[in-house]
Design a protein around this ligand. Structure first.
Ligand code: AMP
Length: 215
């Protein structure tokens, strides 16, 4: 199964992708995580992506398409994968279709998580991840069960993203509306678009997604 998690920043794409990954054993491929790792490691790609990421703009299509093309050719992707944060432009979606067609594969579902802009800032500014296993948390909506300890791996170090601040979030939202939302008619036309209520609780969104996946 090949899934695309689709929605604005803070919609819960990563949270739901992690849940699907646990249940269905599909690999979660987050271009944001890959770019942050490249940036932190100071690779050539990381250096090229840095400025755009820090200002909430999109990194070039050429960079992200290249990253995804390499990643989906790896062995752990052969039973399927979940794209989280990719594609984000029509050019990326076309490149993805081409890559999949060449491999004899096709998209199973594009899961759109609909969320009002007004709640995005609150959602994004409270989130953090475990530095060891990358499990995602939120101060209000998904705190750790034991304060300061990761539920999944027992890690005690957590990371807050520098671009999860009000100013950068508004640029990221603008990029979403101008460059990413135009993909919705593209996927609707292909008959793969499934919309869930991203404003609902994590459990309810997960239930709606499971319904889509079992149809
Ligand atoms: P995310 O973790 O998905 O919110 O991504 C963080 C940042 O990485 C974005 O604000 C962009 O600067 C960059 N990025 C991630 N995925 C893409 C993509 N598919 N296309 C362009 N830029 C991306």
């Amino acid at each position: 199964m090949i899934l695309v998690m689709f929605g604005p920043p803070g919609a819960g794409k990563g949270t739901q992708a992690q849940l699907i990954q646990k249940v269905l054993g599909l690999v979660q491929l987050s271009t944001g995580d890959m770019l942050r790792a490249a940036k932190n490691a100071g690779t050539a790609i990381g250096l090229k992506a840095k400025e755009a990421m820090e200002s909430g703009q999109l990194v070039t299509d050429e960079i992200v398409v290249g990253i995804i093309a390499d990643r989906i050719s790896e062995d752990d992707c052969k039973n399927g994968f979940i794209l989280d944060g990719f594609p984000r432009t029509v050019a990326q979606a076309e490149a993805l279709d081409k890559m999949l067609t060449e491999k004899g594969l096709k998209l199973s579902h594009v899961i759109e998580m609909e969320v009002d802009d007004v709640v995005i800032v609150e959602r994004v500014s409270g989130r953090f991840t475990c530095a060891s296993c990358n499990e995602g948390y939120h101060d209000s909506f998904k705190p750790t069960k034991v304060e300061g300890t990761c539920d999944e791996c027992g890690g005690t170090e957590f990371i807050r993203r520098p671009d999860d601040n009000a100013e950068t979030v508004s640029s990221r939202l603008k990029a979403y509306h101008e460059q990413t939302a135009p993909l919705l008619p593209y996927y609707k036309e292909q008959g793969v678009l499934r919309t869930v209520d991203g404003m609902a609780s994590i459990d309810e969104v997960s239930r709606q997604i499971n319904e889509v996946l079992t149809v």
